[in-house]
Design a protein around this ligand. Structure first.
Ligand SMILES: Cc1ncc(COP(=O)(O)O)c(C=O)c1O
Length: 372
């Protein structure tokens, strides 16, 4: 309970402290005032079948957990992070130079770094719609002028021609998720190349969070295009969303600028260690991809049988057109312990279903059939 007001004795005077309602709050920056708050539904997800955040549904790789349990020392936690070994191992894994990679606190920090490095207030940022919410979030935070281009109606195909048309000399940043969340649709490396070539004045970031499922990457092109940035994350296939670790790649000169705009310790030591260990076991990755791609086929067959339309996906999630009952279906599934994500606020009637193992998808289909 707060008293409406109170007096506090300081060294040689009595100071009146005003109640909260009487105090004059500070006014934040205009950009913060204008932006939407973003509250993903992250509460109460434990012990449920989590088909709502496109995570790895079997959890982090056992060898990473084993390493953390057995080898992390007191010194590891008391020393400020050092990234040399992680940069060495990860750049070798990804086939880039050490100077072409920046470790980030998830993809989210990569997006923010791009904004901090290249976007002044009122600069133009090109986004696709619908796409990953944090692109708009950080663009708004930077006070950017946001231009949005819609994915094609019905098919939700990548709008290459429309995007190319909208690129001008004023475009400072272009953010592309390939494949895209939440549509699941993607585009070819050659389409990305056209965009990067046309937007030569802009930093073009291709977010490859779901690369392992699509097999399409433009990472090798960073040497050819000085305005190309590529991001990868350990939050999805590697099952380490809680660790907050990702990589941003571009030419060394760009990375030098980006690193100047980054806090020196933004990635914690455990995350950097876990990422090094995670990439050592590619069998874990290959087996999980195979399981998901098989389960995705099972999901398509089940949806076809129920005559529920969906968008064919290149990632570990499928956009399902549940129709007018979309929110009701999400809630009924939740009551049965299965979480899916409502997207009807941006794609009417749609819910997004993360694809996990075949058993998990079978359980989802069984529950869906009962409430459909
Ligand atoms: C397109 C895309 N990029 C990145 C992320 C994850 O970002 P992070 O690496 O910060 O966990 C997501 C998560 O949903 C996503 O859909």
């Amino acid at each position: 309970m707060h008293a409406p007001w109170r007096f506090v004795l300081s060294a040689n005077s009595v100071v009146e402290i005003k109640s909260e309602s009487e105090q004059q709050l500070l006014t934040p920056r205009e950009a913060v005032l204008r932006m939407d708050a973003y509250h993903p539904p992250t509460a109460g997800r434990r012990n449920k079948l989590r088909l709502d955040f496109n995570e790895n549904t079997v959890g982090a790789p056992p060898h990473v957990i084993d390493f953390i349990k057995r080898y992390v020392t007191a010194a590891d936690l008391s020393i400020y992070p050092e990234y040399d070994h992680a940069l060495e191992d990860l750049s070798r894994h990804f086939g880039t130079g050490i100077d072409e990679l920046t470790l980030t606190n998830g993809t989210d920090e990569a997006i923010q770094l791009l904004m901090n490095t290249y976007v002044d207030s009122s600069d133009e940022v090109l986004l696709l719609r619908p796409s990953y919410a944090m692109y708009k979030f950080y663009s708004q935070l930077a006070g950017a002028l946001i231009e949005e281009i819609d994915y094609r109606p019905k098919t939700l195909a990548f709008p290459l021609e429309e995007l190319l048309e909208r690129i001008t000399a004023a475009t400072r940043v272009v953010l592309i998720s390939n494949p895209n969340n939440p549509t699941g649709t993607g585009t070819h490396a050659s389409a990305i190349e056209q965009i990067v070539a046309k937007a030569s004045n802009a930093a073009v970031m291709v977010d490859e969070a779901y690369y392992e499922f699509s097999g399409v990457t433009v990472l090798p092109l960073i040497n050819e295009y000085p305005n190309l940035f590529v991001s990868r994350t350990f939050s999805k296939i590697y099952g380490m969303a809680a660790m907050r670790c990702g990589c941003l790649f571009s030419q060394a000169g760009n990375m030098a600028h980006v690193r100047k705009a980054q806090s020196p310790y933004s990635v914690n030591s455990l995350a950097a260690m876990a990422a090094r260990i995670a990439v050592q076991d590619q069998k874990f990755v290959e087996e999980y991809v195979l399981e998901v791609l098989t389960a995705r086929e099972l999901l398509y067959v089940g949806l076809d049988r129920l005559k529920i339309p969906y968008v064919t996906s290149q990632a570990n999630f499928v956009l399902v057109e549940a129709g007018e009952r979309a929110i009701e279906i999400r809630d009924e599934l939740r009551a049965r312990g299965v979480l899916v994500r409502d997207r009807s606020y941006e794609l009417p009637g749609c819910v997004r279903v993360t694809v996990g193992t075949r058993d998990q998808i079978q359980r989802f289909l069984n529950e869906l059939e009962q409430i459909w």
